[in-house]
Every structure is written in structure tokens, then in C-alpha cells.
Design a protein around this ligand. Structure first.
Ligand SMILES: Cc1cc2nc3c(=O)[nH]c(=O)nc-3n(C[C@H](O)[C@H](O)[C@H](O)COP(=O)(O)OP(=O)(O)OC[C@H]3O[C@@H](n4cnc5c(N)ncnc54)[C@H](O)[C@@H]3O)c2cc1C
Length: 316
């Protein structure tokens, strides 16, 4: 099938019922490419609102982002979004990448500053002819054409932010620069997300903030996710999941139950949808989409309505 889906993410997420979306990363080799496309094809039939592809630290991985997102835009029915970062790019190089995305039919870009290559918490050194913060990239993209732009949000604050208030102000600065929605860093309990949403609403901004959720399929995702994201690892969840430690088969359904409950709570709190960090797999996302009734035409709940508990998803 060769169709170009011209819809924007904003159009796709401005819907009455909760949606789901999926994030991928560009594959490193042929096997990774095959795995990714198997996942894309399996998820395509569930009609995600959009799928996004992350942008790497440099070189060939960046070309692979553009190629992957281009292929999704031309070979699938999906609404695609490319991530783009300011790391090691001059303004001219950024304009060139934006031009390549436009030529490939990509209308949606997630504008990010990115992290210093090698050490995410290392010193940020801006390219001498580049950009300092993501709000500048939002402006550059918006000046480059009719793109729909999303940005990152941090329920527990970005690790470089002094406090939650200044962190929220910077997010609002990205909305002021033209960003139409935000996707959050992964988190394991809803409170930080809900408070962030309240702070943004109290400041008078109504852009959608989409929770980013990583399915807890393994102990590694449970521990590594918070470590890399800066979100807290709640003591109650450590206790709840500790009986399954060292036993991947029993950890998975227990972790997926935790993820399902978190998504249910967020949907009951009226989130517009869920952005799943898929790690280029389809099984866990599919299980959660089915559990939550988020597939197109499914019997899903209306945003704001509580969701009845459903059985734990177990890997086939
Ligand atoms: C949904 C999502 C997707 C991501 N995808 C990728 C990806 O594809 N590739 C990748 O490399 N990384 C990705 N990241 C990680 C992201 O690049 C890092 O977290 C990065 O450190 C912050 O990016 P940002 O766009 O939020 O930066 P910014 O919004 O620029 O914020 C960075 C820091 O500077 C502060 N700040 C922001 N604006 C200003 C300003 N005007 N003045 C003073 N201070 C300011 C902020 O409060 C924050 O502390 C993603 C993160 C998320 C949440």
C-alpha cells in the first residue's frame, strides 16, 4: 500500500475518545529493521493516533530516523512524526533536516534540545552556530513551514531544572513558541503528571499533555526507566514487584498489571491518550491497547470516565 497520510498529530489527537500513540527508535541493522516493521504492521491495524521515531546522537542513526519516518509516511496509513534535536547541529543543518522531512511528506516534528552525546548529564555545549534550548528549535521549525510541533515535558522536572515552577515555565515557553502539544518523560505513578497538568492549566495554557508510558515487561525496564528518566521509583511498587524479582516469567504479568492500572488511572483522570514507549515491539503495547479499549472502534471508555478493572495481560 502506498498512501501519504497528510493529517497532523494535532488533528489526530483532537478526538473525543482516548487514543494511543507509539514511539519507535531507528533500527541499527537488518534484524532491527525487520523487528521494527513487524511491530509497525501489527500496530497499524489498531490505528494509533500517530507513531514517532526518535533522533539519535549523530551520523548514520540520524539518517535512519529520516529514512524510517519517510517510509512510514509513504508505505503505511499511519500519521508519522520525526523527533529532531539541536545536538551538534548548526541552524543551517537543522534547516536541511527539516527540508528533508518536508520533502518526505512528514508534517509532524517533536522538537527537542537533546542530551550531550555520551553522558546525558554532562555539560551541554551548544553548536557555535546552533541553538541553546528547545523553544528556539520550535520557532525555527515553525518558521520553516506548516509543521505541527510537539515538545517534551517532565512530570518530575527536567534534571537540569532548579525547581518544578521554573521547569513548567520553560514548558510554557515552548508552547508560546508554537508547540501544539507535549509528550512526557516516562513515569510510574500519576501524581507528578497530574500536578504538571494542573500547573500548565493554571497558567492559562490548554495544549494537550500526553503521558509517555513504558510497559513494565521486565525488571530491567522497571529499574532502568526511572534511572534514565529521573522519575522516582516508588517504594510501594518496589515492594509490590519484589516477589517476582529474578523470575522474568512471573515479573512480566505483574509489571504489565501495574502499567495497566497506571494507564487506567490516567484515563479516568481525563488524559487525551497514551504515548507508549514501545522499544520497537508490538506485544506489550497491543495488550495494553486491548485492555484499555484504545483501538479504533473498540469499546473504550470516554476520557474522564473510570475504567473497570480487567484481568492482567499475560504474554502469549
Ligand atoms: C517525549 C520525549 C521524547 C524524546 N526524544 C528524544 C530523541 O528523539 N532524541 C534525543 O536525543 N532525546 C530525546 N528526548 C530526551 C531530551 O532530548 C532530553 O530530555 C533533553 O535533556 C531535554 O530536551 P528538551 O527538549 O526538554 O530541552 P529544553 O526544553 O531545552 O530544556 C532543557 C533544560 O533547559 C531548561 N530550559 C528550557 N528552555 C529554557 C530557556 N529558554 N531558558 C533557560 N532554560 C531553559 C529546561 O527547564 C531544562 O532544564 C526525549 C524526551 C522526551 C520526554
Amino acid at each position: 500500500m502506498t498512501t501519504t497520510t497528510a493529517s497532523t498529530v494535532t488533528e489526530r489527537i483532537s478526538v473525543e475518545r482516548p487514543f494511543f500513540a507509539v514511539e519507535f527508535f531507528p533500527p541499527k541493522d537488518d534484524q532491527g529493521e525487520a523487528d521494527l516493521w513487524r511491530a509497525i504492521r501489527r500496530l497499524e491495524v489498531l490505528d494509533p493516533a500517530y507513531v514517532s521515531v526518535t533522533y539519535g546522537a549523530g551520523g548514520s542513526s540520524r539518517d535512519r530516523t529520516v529514512r524510517t519516518v519517510e517510509r512510514i509516511a509513504t508505505d503505511t496509513t499511519l500519521c508519522s512524526m520525526a523527533h529532531l534535536t539541536a545536538v551538534s547541529h548548526s541552524r543551517d543543518e537543522l534547516r536541511h533536516v527539516i527540508g528533508s522531512l518536508a520533502a518526505a511528506g512528514v508534517r509532524n516534528i517533536m522538537a527537542l534540545r537533546g542530551d550531550p552525546p555520551g553522558d546525558p548529564l554532562g555539560e551541554w555545549v551548544k553548536h557555535p552556530e546552533g541553538l541553546e534550548y528547545a523553544d528556539e528549535l520550535v520557532s525555527l521549525i515553525k518558521r520553516s513551514g506548516p509543521f505541527c510541533v510537539g515538545v517534551a515535558a517532565f512530570p518530575y522536572g527536567h534534571p537540569r531544572s532548579a525547581d518544578l515552577e521554573s521547569d513548567t515555565e520553560k514548558l510554557i515557553g515552548k508552547f508560546r513558541a508554537g508547540a501544539e502539544f507535549a509528550v512526557t518523560q516516562l513515569f510510574l505513578e500519576p501524581e507528578g503528571f497530574l500536578r504538571l497538568r494542573d500547573r500548565v492549566a493554571a497558567a492559562g495554557f490548554d495544549q494537550q499533555i500526553i503521558p509517555g508510558i513504558m510497559p513494565l515487561t521486565s525488571e530491567k525496564t522497571f529499574h532502568k526507566g526511572p534511572e534514565l528518566s529521573g522519575s522516582p521509583l516508588p517504594e510501594s511498587l518496589i515492594e509490590r514487584l519484589s516477589p517476582y524479582s529474578g523470575d522474568p516469567k512471573s515479573f512480566r504479568p505483574a509489571g504489565m498489571e501495574v502499567t495497566g492500572e497506571l494507564c487506567e488511572r490516567l484515563i479516568a483522570e481525563g488524559v487525551p491518550g497514551i504515548h507508549f514507549y514501545s522499544l520497537n515491539r508490538s506485544t506489550a503495547t497491543t495488550e495494553l491497547v486491548e485492555r484499555l479499549g484504545l483501538a479504533d472502534g473498540g469499546p473504550g471508555p470516554t476520557a474522564g470516565e473510570p475504567v473497570a478493572a480487567m484481568p492482567a495481560a499475560v504474554r502469549a
